[in-house]
Write a protein that binds this ligand. Structure first.
Ligand code: URP
Ligand code: ZN
Ligand code: ZN
Length: 478
């Protein structure tokens, strides 16, 4: 009998803390040996001259998400998995969204049913849009089932929660040992700005960015942090777009609050200028928060290096450019307000972050691994993911750090008809992706069985613990 099902041979292993030349032996889907030289047994992947890193962990992906208007995001669990593998990502946390006025349970069942076609390992963030007493009573069961994080939106009409509702969700999370992620933008300010822009005849896609400048995000970020401090429960601020927003997180961290920050490739590689492409083309880049000016990219890398931003996720949220479910679902002559937000990025995430970060000398390969795999796994309690260690899941990406590639939509292998990163030149590219010891992508060819992805049930973990500091010694969460 072979000692190993798979040996990844001769590569340079990069973890969040170390770099070493070693072989990796895999058995039963786990890493069982890391040694200078392992004997030949089972299948071999030759990684001489290549980096071997933990498979990407993308903790912010909208996959097959159901919208209140009855539409479903175009990427299914199967197509999103293919896209993830093409880009070196092996696990993801996506979203199960509550519809206002409805219980969570039946909708969550539908997400679980749809996720049965996944090939990547996955978990869910439960989006809570309507934290009534009845809905709060559902949350213990949801957490017990392994969904240990919630997302709340401080803006967007069908999803928005007001401050009191934010507090109700934060308090429930504290009681349950769950972690809350927050979309921080000021709902009323965006509504006001949108009305004023449209009244002035400013309706084109580029005005999406004008309707929600950084101050709108900064204010909500400050408020979310203050509300989390009041309840004394940790949060992650999602998709930070600019340094002035990250500065709020820096201040919170300096004060010892348990606040983490996430950014995304769109805030490191796209700008508000993209939304000014002619005609309807600007819609391809519309997401919230909006990409900012080009000079912001360097400031954001500064925040990443300072450790203010801990995670780089994709916020993959695909709407095709063409078609009835796509960006033009309400027509192409509608104001920016009626164009769906979100851009696809599952496959592009690692290549863009590696190229802009490591290849351009802004971060080290170890920092790359921390930002794209280890930190997200640790923050969300994905034990066994995001690291290369004996006993960890054998989720690996074999990476050519020198390979130059021009990004095209075909390379993304998703169900969306465009990529906002079309034409961007990257240095660094995944040559093989291994999920629990199975080679699921090699040389760009994805091969995995639909349904082979596993649901990652997340149990209690220490990061969600409160600090034990509440005003006047009174814990409002009970
Ligand atoms: O524009 C975006 N980011 N769409 C996805 C939903 C969200 O806010 O994360
Ligand atoms: Zn969001
Ligand atoms: Zn999102």
């Amino acid at each position: 009998m072979s000692d190993h099902d798979l040996v990844v041979r001769g590569g340079t292993i990069v973890t969040a803390s170390d770099t070493m030349r070693a072989d990796i032996g895999v058995r039963g889907g786990r890493i069982v040996a890391i040694a200078e030289s392992l004997p030949a047994s089972g299948r071999s992947i030759e990684a001489e001259g290549l980096l071997v890193m933990p498979g990407g962990v993308d903790t912010h992906c909208h996959i097959e998400q159901l919208e209140a208007n009855g539409t479903v995001h175009e990427d299914s669990f199967a197509t999103a998995s293919a896209s993830a593998f093409a880009g070196g990502t092996t696990s993801a946390i996506c979203f199960a969204s509550q519809f206002k006025g409805h219980p969570i349970g039946p909708t969550l069942d539908e997400y679980r049913r749809r996720a049965r076609s996944a090939m990547l390992d996955y978990s869910f963030h439960q989006i809570v849009t309507d934290p009534t007493d009845a809905v709060l009573k559902e949350l213990p069961g949801i957490v017990a089932s392994g969904i240990r994080s919630f997302k709340i939106f401080m803006t967007y009409d069908p999803l928005h929660v007001d401050d009191r509702e934010v507090l109700r969700v934060l308090a429930a999370a504290k009681r349950l040992g769950a972690f809350v992620t927050v979309h921080c933008e000021n709902y009323a300010a965006i509504g006001f700005m949108t009305e004023a822009l449209i009244a002035a005849g400013h309706t084109a896609p580029k005005y999406h960015a004008w309707s929600r400048p950084a101050v709108v995000e900064r204010e909500a970020t400050y408020r979310a942090i203050a509300l989390a401090e009041l309840i004394d429960t940790p949060i992650q601020v999602f998709h930070v777009s600019s340094a002035e927003v990250a500065e709020e997180i820096a201040r919170a961290k300096a004060r010892g609050l348990k606040v983490w920050g996430e950014t995304c490739p769109q805030y490191l590689a796209l700008t508000d200028g993209h939304m000014d492409w002619p005609g309807f083309e600007g819609a391809k880049f519309m997401c919230s928060p909006a990409p900012r000016e080009a000079a912001e990219h360097e400031r954001m890398w500064g925040m990443i290096r300072r450790g203010v931003l801990d995670v780089i996720s994709s916020d993959h949220c695909g709407f095709s450019y063409e078609g009835s479910k796509g960006k033009g679902q309400n027509g192409r002559d509608v104001p920016f307000r009626d164009i769906p937000n979100g851009i696809p990025g599952l496959a592009a995430r690692l290549p863009i972050v590696f190229s802009e970060g490591v290849s351009k000398g802004r971060i080290t390969p170890n920092e790359f691994v921390a930002l794209t795999a280890t930190n997200p796994a640790n923050l969300f309690g994905l034990s066994g993911k995001g690291r290369i260690a004996i006993g960890a899941d054998a989720d690996l990406v074999v990476w050519d750090p020198k390979k130059q590639v021009t990004l095209t939509n075909a390379l993304m292998q998703h169900a969306i008809d465009y990529t906002p990163y079309e034409g961007i030149e990257v240095t660094g590219w995944p040559v093989a992706t291994i999920r629990r010891g199975e080679v699921v992508m090699q040389g760009g060819t994805v091969q995995a069985e639909p349904g082979s992805g596993r649901f990652l049930a997340r149990g209690p973990y220490p990061l969600t613990a409160p600090r034990g500091v509440v005003a006047n010694g009174f814990d409002p969460a009970g």
